[in-house]
Design a protein around this ligand. Structure first.
Ligand SMILES: [Zn+2]
Length: 412
């Protein structure tokens, strides 16, 4: 799954503004303090889903829809998040809800929906600061939108009319960043026979990329495709530029004891994540595009860290699930050094919003494993095992708007 507070990288540029409504609160005094979102609730109602936003004060809001994927967007201003706030789990028509900061002290709530919806804002009730939006499946009533003879919609109701063509939006391929460890002047570890880790990782990464590209609905991006040096942070950057859904780093392990053998799979440790969050927060300018596709630059510390934390913890739990699947598959083809997913502070695992794993395929310092690592057939078996794990992970957690999500939905 994508992070709860996910960046909207994949769709932002293709998004089209479908309709815009501004409701300003004429009676409220000029707000000196931002309203706080205290509660966010999604409930199923007959034929649809209801969003309730509990607010501490009045806000100006704008509601509109975006396409590819279909979303209902609610902008609130001025608004902040209660630091205790928990985002609700997806319900009914809404398969993802995220909140991101907006420039100028506002917040954006995005509801990702899997079909055309009609969104209605319920009339406010005196003394009740909740903003209630009801989404129902189906095409918006044409008459309300186009015929002058039709009865106008009640004043408090907003009928969202997506301008998307009446077909499913073009689904995108999943992108998997395949990272061959080391390279160039950084050879990595060396085996007793002189095998260099950087060559083995590149060979396995290339086969893995080929296999991924042969899968329906998946596409691979190599962070390096030759014997050259790529700094660790640059590898993360390349994955982000490619809008990767998953980052897989391929390595070979090394230790003094030549009898040690087997593969291991790593995800980022909590400590590594905390340190990284502190770094991103300290470096706000570079944190642009990190949460909700909006810079953290001018956000207050609490809000920025809440948003970052939500994004990061979602990516970390996805990483763990994917890593377990890959480890299970590696266990089928050879020895596993550690039967549980390991956690460490490896730099390449530090993307705050891309689930990331690092695979130590085998011990290059073990003579038997060194031989296997050089063997093309074994390299292919490693790539196949990694792909099987990745495939199982995505089949169980297909990101909305991807071809794979459509394929999984069609499957019996
Ligand atoms: Zn390595």
């Amino acid at each position: 799954m994508r992070s709860l507070v996910a960046s909207d990288r994949s769709s932002r540029h293709r998004a089209r503004l479908a309709g815009l409504l501004l409701v300003s609160c004429a009676l409220c005094p000029a707000p000196s303090l931002a309203a706080q979102i205290r509660d966010l609730r999604l409930t199923n109602i007959a034929g649809g889903t209801r969003l309730e936003v509990g607010l501490s004060d009045s806000v100006t809001d704008a509601i509109f829809t975006l396409d590819h994927p279909s979303r209902v967007v609610l902008d609130l201003k001025p608004a902040t998040l209660d630091r205790q706030l928990r985002l609700p789990a997806p319900q009914g028509l809404v398969h993802q809800l995220r909140v991101g900061p907006r420039d100028g002290g506002g917040l954006r709530i995005v509801l990702e929906v899997d079909r055309q919806v009609v969104a209605r804002r319920l009339p406010p009730v005196a003394g009740d600061r909740r903003l209630v939006l009801e989404l129902t499946a189906g095409e918006p009533a044409r008459a309300a939108a186009s015929s002058p003879a039709s009865t106008p919609a009640p004043a408090a109701a907003v009928v969202m009319t997506p301008t998307a063509p009446r077909t499913l939006p073009a689904a995108r391929d999943l992108v998997i960043a395949v990272d061959a460890g080391h390279g160039g002047e950084d050879p990595g570890a060396t085996g007793p026979d002189g095998t260099r880790e950087k060559n083995v990782t590149l060979a396995v990464a290339r086969v893995l990329a080929e296999r991924i590209n042969a899968e329906r609905g998946m596409r691979a991006v190599l962070t390096r495709d030759g014997d050259y040096f790529v700094p660790l942070r640059e590898r993360i950057h390349r994955a982000r530029l490619a809008q990767a859904d998953l980052f897989v780093s391929v390595h070979a392990d090394a230790v003094r004891d030549p009898t040690v053998a087997g593969s291991s799979v790593y995800v980022l440790s909590a400590r590594g994540a905390t340190n990284e969050a502190a770094k991103w927060l300290a470096d706000r300018e570079n944190a642009a595009d990190l949460v909700g596709g909006v810079s953290l630059d001018d956000k207050d510390n609490v809000l920025a860290s809440v948003l970052l934390d939500l994004s990061q913890s979602a990516a970390m739990s996805s990483s763990m699930v994917a890593a377990e699947k890959v480890l299970t598959e590696l266990n089928q083809i050879g020895e596993v050094r550690k039967s549980r997913v390991q956690q460490a502070g490896f730099v390449v695992l530090k993307s705050p919003d891309i689930p990331s794993l690092l695979i130590e395929t085998a011990y290059i310092t073990n003579p038997g494993e060194e031989r296997r690592l050089r063997d093309e057939k074994y390299q292919a078996r490693l790539a196949d095992a990694i792909l099987s794990g990745v495939r199982r992970y995505f089949r169980e957690n297909p990101p909305p708007g991807t071809r794979l999500a459509a394929l999984v939905a069609q499957a019996p």
